[in-house]
Design a protein around this ligand. Structure first.
Ligand code: AR6
Length: 205
């Protein structure tokens, strides 16, 4: 599976009930894709892993990425000294078709919601990942649905945080060199959440 399989916002109808919080922008919309597939198969500059503070692997998408990348990925992760929640670090992609892996540590929903920090921490993951792309000259990125698995972040809320963070990054002119930003879902519920919320943040132009 390559980028040719992506489908684009042009095919998404506006939801008349959704409030137009952001003005339509064809150039922003052209950068955004929503797909549903195994992220380890994507031929792209960077994929974003839903990692934990140790960066030493785990289950879910983290396990799938480490299996597909091969043992050298763990070797490099061992040199990184972990990662804070809401932050991200970059490695090579090794045996993956993706050039780089960005390891983002999303918040555990129930724990961080109690402190009112859940959205800010999740947003930090998306922003830092985009910044790493810009710093490293990477033009395409695919995000897994960070925190929506074992970390328990509800899909709808998580998708609005992701979409808003990406939209703001583009509004700030920081993503001008980015050519493609992909939301790569695995579960139907996560893809549904994106299709429901996209027209608010990326209305049809
Ligand atoms: N490709 C794309 N998305 C996937 C794949 C895949 N191959 N496999 C699962 N997902 P999770 P979290 C989706 O639980 O909630 C790990 O043990 C999945 O459907 O992987 O951030 C880490 O080491 C869900 O939507 O990550 C941490 O300890 C999304 O990936 C902890 O889990 C994220 O689900 C992180 O929890």
């Amino acid at each position: 599976p390559t980028l040719s399989l992506l489908y684009h916002l042009k095919r998404i109808e506006a939801d008349p009930a959704a409030e137009a919080a952001y003005s339509p922008s064809a150039s922003f919309n052209d950068k955004i894709s929503v797909i549903r597939q195994d992220i380890t198969g994507l031929e792209i500059d960077a994929i974003v892993n839903a990692a934990n503070n140790s960066l030493l692997g785990g289950g879910g998408v983290d396990g799938a990425i480490h299996r597909a990348a091969g043992p050298e990925l763990l070797d490099e992760c061992e040199t990184l000294d972990g990662c804070a929640t809401g932050d991200a670090k970059i490695t090579e992609g090794y045996e993956l078709p993706a050039k780089k892996v960005i390891h983002a540590v999303g918040p555990i929903y129930w724990k961080t919601k109690a402190e009112g920090r859940h959205a800010e921490l999740l947003s930090g993951c998306y922003r830092k990942s985009l910044e790493l792309c810009v710093e490293n000259g990477l033009k395409s990125i695919a995000f897994s649905a960070l925190s929506t698995g074992v970390y328990g972040y509800p899909s709808g809320e998580a998708s609005t945080v992701a979409l808003e963070t990406v939209r703001k990054f583009l509004e700030e002119g920081k993503g001008d060199d980015m050519e493609r930003i992909v939301f790569c879902n695995f579960m139907q519920k996560d893809e549904d959440a994106y299709f429901k919320n996209i027209p608010t943040y990326f209305p049809p132009a």
